[in-house]
Design a protein around this ligand. Structure first.
Ligand code: SF4
Length: 793
């Protein structure tokens, strides 16, 4: 057992009778009797608490039933609330939530504050007290602020802890209270889709509520794999319901994913990075076969053809002329796209006809294809197909793009007050390494916003719940060289549960407790209207502290402890935040005491009349114009035209050959495309050390049998994959479920170099590049070429 046995944390009145019954308090579909039953938590000396699954960046927010005996979690089950209904379904956990125990009970948890004693990255640390650790933090924050200014302080992107009060938010609050820190925008998940969607629609709120999917007749799952990972809890359930209701589902993906197998009627393998060629050819078929909705285009769009160009722009810049190849003499025919995508021209034409003729239809864009060299194009391309087929603003349709939920983009709220950052400067999060090596002077050409130029390089990094600095950033070997140089980042702090690949390079390690060991709260992920409670169910072990308590202790040393805490501990903050929700999103939400007593774990609002994005615009575009400059759907974007980089940022969506491509000279040396999809057992790099999950889903190189044969490897052989940036070695899995010429190495495995520098942990970022996309300044980590050979140890 990893901790001495402890008494179960007393949660007031938990399961002790005295039920507060009443439908309005809790889920609306339950009776008082059912609620009473849910509160019965005792069975002998084992107790059960309904608690939100620890928040990582998993794409879901689910409810767990956690059984605790003598201070240790003994079992985890999932949501069992009665009244399960499509309007308010149970928040059913995936294997990562149900298989959480090995992570929680792991022998390698960080237990005490430690400081580095060897060279940076050597992995040598000695235990220190919290007093010394918080003194070091205060001294270094003060020193760096004094010497370089607050812009030199940086809390990077990190989502290992991600509820209202855990993860980086408490650290943001602290530094914002102390003069601020260099900010960032974008994420590693959504950079291109986040930036490109508003160039078409003027908003990111482009998604109907999922209950509306039942009204859809045709669903293109484009690079989208919700059966394996998650994009909103229960997404696969809604898709099944849509299918039961008669929708056809087609999966377009280089891999025959679990979604292709279990949800779709058809799998269409596509060469990575060529989705925009397929979309263009679909538009070609629709234009030449007259399958478009001309009325919709003329009423709601600009830039489709020469009659729709904004004043002052060359008429030939329009979308239709690009598709027909009038200016570049390359009509984007299915034959043209077949060469690029690897998809037979007949299939491309058939899918175009099916999508255009089956109304209403949905083209749902996954996020992998926008984490590529020109990821902005494919986002805009999908939105344009939705527009020209008039699938925008109708029930059963789907506008594509990032698709935050109508009508307000929620849930996904941050209600913990991180306060306003007095530092105005922001960088795209993927350019942190640039801001370390050449930050001073960086400006708009590097995506800097808020100031003309940065005044300093980054000098202190405080990575909270973040493995993004080493493991998850492009080009690990480059990141390591940057971080190892102590003249650049002068103080590097990592606050986490484990000694991750990033944490190995820290000057100071601050041990955070897990989310079961403190109080938290989370709202739904992208879709659904719910609030899930995360009561503390275990004692905080060893000398770990919650992220909030760590920050409060540092605030004390900086002299603003009271201002920071406002006299609240973690639980009191949750109580306060429920009040914030009550006065904003959920006026009928129960109090914290009522929620604890009921042990339901979640407050949710059923969706009986699903909202449809852009419905007002569709009904009356004059009265409800879009927030674009034209007030219409911008197939041609003046804003992008004015960036004056038509080769990389065209004003209409175009296929652009990637900077590493099977069609480029680089393919001579590195002929394989490598993709790094999300993997079922991990949430990015979280859970890589969970032995239950890694036993069920070991890290592998997935390779087609044709490519395996060329390389004379058998299933299970060690394969070395390499390019000019690095090499990794892993066993291979030979499969027909990936297209030839492409290998898959699931992202998130922890970097672990052997004596020759080969990564035997299998982190895809040993191979990826730090190069960013032209418009969004986003990560293009899926654009990789490499070679693979049989490895002899
Ligand atoms: S989807 Fe996320 S929140 Fe839900 S069980 Fe899985 S890991 Fe937990």
């Amino acid at each position: 057992m990893f901790v001495e046995r402890r008494k179960f944390i007393k949660i007031s009145a938990l399961g002790s009778g005295g039920i507060i019954a009443g439908k309005s308090l809790l889920a609306k579909l339950m009776t008082s009797e059912q609620i009473k039953k849910l509160a019965s938590t005792f069975s002998g000396d084992e107790k059960m608490v309904r608690v939100g699954c620890p928040s990582h960046n998993c794409g879901g927010r689910c409810l767990l039933k956690v059984y605790v005996k003598e201070g240790v979690i003994t079992r985890i089950e999932t949501d069992d609330r009665p009244g399960d209904d499509i309007s308010d379904p149970q928040l059913r956990a995936c294997i990562r939530g149900r298989g959480y125990r090995p992570r929680q009970n792991h022998v390698d948890r960080l237990k005490y504050p430690m400081k580095r004693v060897g060279k940076r990255g050597e992995g040598k640390f000695e235990r220190i007290s919290w007093d010394e650790a918080t003194n070091l933090m205060a001294e270094n924050i003060n020193r760096i602020k004094e010497k370089y200014g607050n812009e030199a302080l940086y809390i990077p992107y990190g989502t290992g802890g991600y509820n209202q009060t855990c993860g980086k938010w408490p650290a943001d609050r602290l530094l914002n209270m102390y003069g601020g820190a260099l900010g960032y925008y974008n994420s590693y998940s959504w950079a291109c889709i986040n930036q490109a969607t508003p160039t078409v629609y003027g908003t990111r709120v482009t998604g109907n509520q999922r209950q509306d999917w039942l009204n859809c007749k045709y669903i293109l799952m484009w690079g989208w794999n919700p059966a394996e990972l998650r994009d909103g809890t229960n997404t696969e359930y809604f898709l099944r319901k849509a299918r039961e209701n008669g929708a056809k589902l087609v999966c377009i993906d280089p891999r025959m994913t679990m979604s292709a197998v279990s949800l779709a009627d058809e799998w269409i393998p596509i060469r990575p990075g060529t989705d925009m060629a397929m979309m263009s050819a679909m538009a070609y078929v629709m234009i030449t076969e007259d399958l478009l909705d001309k009325h919709f285009i003329s009423k709601y769009c600009i830039g489709f053809d020469e009659n729709q160009m904004p004043e002052g722009f060359e008429k030939e810049e329009n979308y239709k002329e690009y598709i027909l190849g009038i200016r570049d003499h390359h009509p984007k025919t299915p034959e043209w796209a077949e060469e690029i995508t690897g998809i037979p021209k007949e299939t491309i034409a058939r899918i175009a006809r099916e999508y255009a003729n089956t109304k209403p239809a949905m083209l749902y864009q996954g996020y992998g294809m926008q984490r590529r060299a020109y990821g902005e194009q494919v986002v805009r391309g999908g939105c344009v197909l939705a527009a020209i087929t008039a699938n925008v603003g109708i029930s059963g349709g789907w506008a594509s793009g990032i698709a935050l939920q109508a009508d307000d983009g929620g849930p996904f709220w941050n209600v913990f007050p991180t306060l306003k950052n007095p530092v105005k400067a922001k960088i795209p999060c993927f350019l942190w390494s640039e801001a370390v090596i050449r930050g001073k002077g960086m400006g708009a050409e590097d995506g800097v916003t808020g100031v003309d130029r940065l005044s300093t390089d980054i000098k202190m990094i405080w990575a909270v719940a973040s493995n993004a600095i080493i493991n998850q950033h492009g080009n690990i070997n480059r990141s390591i060289e940057i971080i190892k140089d102590e003249s650049k980042v002068e103080f590097f702090v990592v606050q986490d549960n484990f000694l991750t690949a990033t944490a190995q390079f820290a000057d100071l390690l601050l041990p955070a407790c897990t989310q079961f060991e403190t109080w938290g709260m989370e709202d739904g992920w992208k879709y659904g209207d719910e609030l899930i409670l995360q009561p503390q169910i275990l004692e905080t072990p060893w000398e770990t502290k919650s992220d909030y308590a760590i920050c409060a202790a540092i605030a004390e040393k900086l002299g603003n402890g009271e201002e920071y805490t406002q006299g609240r501990d973690e639980k009191q903050w949750i109580e306060h935040l429920i009040g914030v929700y009550k006065s904003s999103r959920f006026p009928d939400i129960p109090t914290l005491a009522e929620m604890e007593e009921s042990n339901v774990g979640v407050y949710s609002l059923p969706v009986t009349e699903p909202k449809v994005a852009f419905i007002d615009f569709r009904n009356d575009p004059e009265k409800y114009p879009l927030q674009t400059e034209s007030g219409k759907i911008e197939i041609f974007s003046k804003q992008l035209f004015e960036k004056n980089n038509p080769a990389e940022i065209p004003a209409v969506p175009k296929y652009i050959q990637e900077w590493e491509s099977p069609f480029g000279a680089e393919a001579e040396k590195f002929p394989l495309q490598v993709i790094g999809p999300h993997y079922m057992p991990r949430v990015h790099s979280t859970h890589d050390n969970n032995n239950w999950l890694s036993e069920a889903f070991p890290q592998r190189i997935f390779i087609n049998e044709i490519d395996a044969k060329t390389r004379k490897v058998k299933d299970g052989d060690l394969l070395k994959v390499y390019n000019d940036r690095g090499a990794l070695v892993l066993p291979c899995r030979i499969t027909r479920r990936i297209m030839p010429g492409v290998i898959s190495i699931p992202q998130g495995a922890w970097w672990k170099p052997d004596k020759d520098g080969n990564d035997v942990g299998g982190s895809i970022n040993t191979l990826t590049s730090e190069r960013w996309t032209p418009m969004a300044f986003g990560n293009a980590q899926h654009t990789i070429m490499a070679e693979a050979v049989k490895f002899k140890a």
